[in-house]
Design a binder for this molecule. Structure first.
Ligand SMILES: [Ca+2]
Length: 381
């Protein structure tokens, strides 16, 4: 980090500098972590608890209905993911941070049936005048040594290379684009015309939280997200079951083809790139796109070892709200919150985080054009 700041100080060319600003603002959205050869992976595998049946609350659904939201009854379930890396379509990442499986109870709550859309976010921006992180100029305080000309508002955009590249360096397909923000998701040349019903993207954590507060809602905890995404099923690989494509039919907007090549997404699921909300079957709770399309912010700080800490307590975790601070061993200085669900860029060649028990994370002030959110609301007492 210090080295990067110094490099900014001596003044590199703009193209490099904006890349570094992105780096300083954090960037890892869907890259993680761990290989099956690391020792933690081996020890985790040995003592792996199994999935147990879910115990769904049977209280009556609250009489008050909430527009655009569905009721999630809550209950007790096994949270986390087995190592999918040896499974068919499981990808090559062992998902160490999603183990051990552990028992969790969450109270009932309401959840938006879709990701928050551009038209919904527009209402919020209009009513409040709110400016998202990507719309604000990075400040001198945030980047004390950066040359003035490099303090440019913008955000991170998927910018695929013309031909296939080794998948070990995500800088090959992510770029900091000046002028990219939620109104211009892929840069100044893009806009929201005909995209009213697409999920809003280019929102940092505080932007999502500000919207939720304005709407009288909040962001889901990671446990709420997973409970809801599982749709009452126990121990399944996906929010709809165990098969990626039951009956040959795609269930989520993910990436098909050679990742991350330009025009590499063959669009077999109906979409090359992001899709409007609710284009695929909802899960059993009526939730659309809890897998794929865009990543979704959760309110928990991210720690790779959080599940171990909960499991060590040896009791059912009740309404867990995440650890008190963040620690991603691969980028320990960057405060990160949990993200869930994966995106239209997830593929079994690179990142299978559309699998229901797997975890993502992102630096809190970073956004990108495959990151959005949805909100939840407590059940009335
Ligand atoms: Ca999603």
């Amino acid at each position: 980090m210090i080295k990067l700041r110094n490099m900014l100080l001596v003044g590199l060319a703009l193209a490099i500098a904006v890349c570094l600003i992105w780096r300083l603002r954090g960037s890892k959205v869907d890259d993680f972590a761990g290989t099956s050869s690391d020792p933690m992976s081996r020890s985790v595998r040995k003592s792996q608890p199994a999935f147990e049946a879910s115990i769904i609350n049977s209280y009556p659904e609250p009489a008050s209905s909430t527009e655009g939201m569905v009721y999630i009854p809550g209950g007790e379930f096994s949270m986390g993911s087995l190592d999918p890396s040896n499974m068919m379509c499981g990808g090559d990442q062992p998902m160490n941070d999603a183990r051990p499986l552990h028992r969790v109870y969450v109270d009932g709550f309401f959840m938006d049936s879709t990701e928050v859309t551009n038209e919904q976010f527009e209402q919020f921006a209009k009513a409040t005048g709110y400016l998202t992180v990507a719309e604000r100029r990075p400040t001198r305080e945030e980047f004390p040594t950066a040359p003035e000309e490099n303090l440019i508002a913008g955000s991170v955009v998927f910018s695929p290379p013309p031909r296939s590249v080794p998948l070990n360096n995500h800088f090959q397909w992510w770029r900091y684009v000046p002028g990219a923000n939620w109104r211009h998701p892929t840069g100044p040349d893009s806009d929201l015309r005909t995209r009213e019903r697409y999920p809003v993207v280019q929102v940092a954590y505080e932007d999502a939280a500000a919207y939720a507060k304005w709407a009288g809602k909040r962001l889901p905890t990671e446990a709420e997200f997973e409970f809801a995404a599982r749709g009452g099923l126990a121990g399944k690989l996906y929010s709809w079951g165990d098969e990626l494509k039951p009956g040959g039919k795609w269930q989520a907007n993910i990436y098909q083809g050679v990742f991350p090549v330009r025009n590499g997404d063959t669009g077999e699921d109906g979409f090359k790139g992001i899709a409007p909300v609710a284009q695929f079957q909802p899960n059993a709770y009526g939730l659309f796109d809890v897998a794929g399309n865009v990543w979704e912010w959760c309110s928990d700080w991210y720690r790779a070892d959080y599940y171990s800490a909960l499991a060590q307590e040896g009791r059912i975790a009740r309404n867990p709200r995440g650890p008190s601070s963040s620690l991603d061993p691969s980028e320990p200085n960057e405060p990160k919150r949990v993200q869930r669900g994966g995106s239209f860029l997830c593929t079994d060649q690179y990142c299978t985080r559309y699998m229901v028990g797997t975890r993502g994370k992102g630096e809190v002030r970073s956004a990108s054009n495959h990151l959005g959110f949805r909100c939840v609301k407590d059940r009335p007492q």
